[in-house]
Ligand binder design. Structure first.
Ligand SMILES: NC(=O)c1ccc[n+]([C@@H]2O[C@H](COP(=O)([O-])OP(=O)(O)OC[C@H]3O[C@@H](n4cnc5c(N)ncnc54)[C@H](O)[C@@H]3O)[C@@H](O)[C@H]2O)c1
Length: 345
């Protein structure tokens, strides 16, 4: 069987899962090498997953001639630079969200991809989650008519440690968390967001403010064709990892997601217990696997990516407007250069 040679850059929590999937559950892929600036981490993950090569830089990873595609799972601020370096080396790319943490870096990355003529997919894996994918099929079949309202909730169970804010390598909540919902909003509503108004709070953890972040936010959305929406993000839900979305249309509504990881409820003398989703790696287990399978298959057969660089740019533009709105305390338009492209996609 023809196999796609893949390298994974950044093997922390997310990159390690991608590497596991590629190594064990995607027969069309050959995971040639992994790399991480923390060389010891790369060595350990390579040993655990029985991967032949490990490196401590992207430059070294790109030296492997049998690597056709690179999966980037470094912290957010390194995505654009890694895309540019991988594209210039002629590699196809799957990059974790967000595309970048500012528009200038995002546009430079897309330019490099276009110039090199390589493929780029952005890691909006919720589109591959069976529940979200089924909802989209029904929206496209017209079952709820014309979408009118979009509502989404994204709550992490455990607050990040202060060291994560201090490290300053990821974007603030709109870029790191809400960006998933910005992408879902565009995708499920089949429309673009034209204006946002956002609010945020650090009320339960004031020290977060000095890192320019918030612990909870709401972003109101206004779409180009007249629909409206609202997204809530919260990083400290405590009880579970809770991701839910609703699309309300002219003929009905679709609820997607549930706080329950498994549909079963256990009833005993002590009351009712359910298994709640506690982490993105469990809630979206199927989606991460379906995503890499699809990307590998498309890259192997030179087909365009399902989630494009332009999708990455447009969701980023909404995050940029949301941050601006938070600071200016007023509604802000979503501003984007017209001719954004993404290589062969
Ligand atoms: N799609 C999703 O649902 C999802 C979920 C979690 C994280 N993510 C994204 O994945 C990325 C990684 O997140 P994570 O939770 O795995 O973080 P993490 O901190 O657990 O892992 C990041 C890894 O990258 C390494 N690293 C840092 N800088 C590097 C560089 N310049 N070159 C190579 N390696 C480098 C670190 O040593 C670490 O091992 C982030 O961009 C995040 O937004 C996406």
């Amino acid at each position: 069987m023809k196999k796609l040679g893949v390298g994974v850059l950044g093997v922390g929590e997310m990159g390690k899962r991608h590497a596991e999937n590629l190594r064990r559950l995607v027969p069309q892929a050959r995971l040639v090498a992994i790399a991480d600036v923390a060389g010891e981490r790369a060595r350990q993950v390579a040993a655990e997953l029985e991967i032949e090569h490990w490196d401590n830089s992207l430059g070294a990873l790109l030296e492997h001639k049998d690597i056709n595609s690179v999966l980037i799972a470094t912290p957010d601020k390194f995505h654009a630079g890694a895309i540019i370096q991988a594209a210039e080396a002629g590699k196809n790319i799957l990059c974790e969200k967000p595309l970048a943490t500012n528009m200038a870096d995002a546009e430079a990355a897309l330019k490099a991809v276009e110039k090199a003529g390589v493929r780029l997919q952005i890691g909006f894996m919720r589109r591959y989650d069976p529940a979200y994918a089924a909802a989209m099929q029904r929206v496209e079949a017209g079952e709820i008519g014309e979408p009118v309202l979009f509502k989404s909730v994204g709550r992490d169970k455990d607050a990040p440690p202060m060291s994560a804010y201090q490290a300053n390598v990821n974007g603030m909540v709109f870029y790191n968390n809400t960006i998933h919902d910005f992408d879902l909003a565009r995708w499920l509503m089949k429309d673009e967001v034209r204006e946002v108004q956002s609010y945020g709070t650090v009320a339960i953890r004031p020290e977060v403010a000095k890192y320019g972040d918030v612990v909870a936010s709401v972003v109101n959305l206004s779409f180009s064709r007249g629909a409206i929406g609202n997204i809530e993000s919260y990083v400290q839900a405590v009880y579970a990892y809770d991701v839910r979305t609703e699309v309300v249309g002219s003929k009905g509504s679709i609820f997607i997601g549930s706080v329950n990881q498994a549909p079963a409820t256990f009833l005993t003398a002590h009351g009712a217990t359910r298994t709640l989703a506690d982490h993105f790696l469990t809630r979206f287990e199927d989606a991460y696997l379906a995503e890499v399978r699809d990307v590998v298959d498309n890259m192997l057969h030179d087909r365009p990516p399902r989630v494009t660089g332009e999708d990455g740019l447009r969701s980023l533009a909404i995050a940029v407007a949301a941050e601006k709105s938070l600071h200016q305390r007023s509604a802000c338009p979503v501003e984007i250069q017209a001719a954004a492209t993404s290589g062969k996609s």
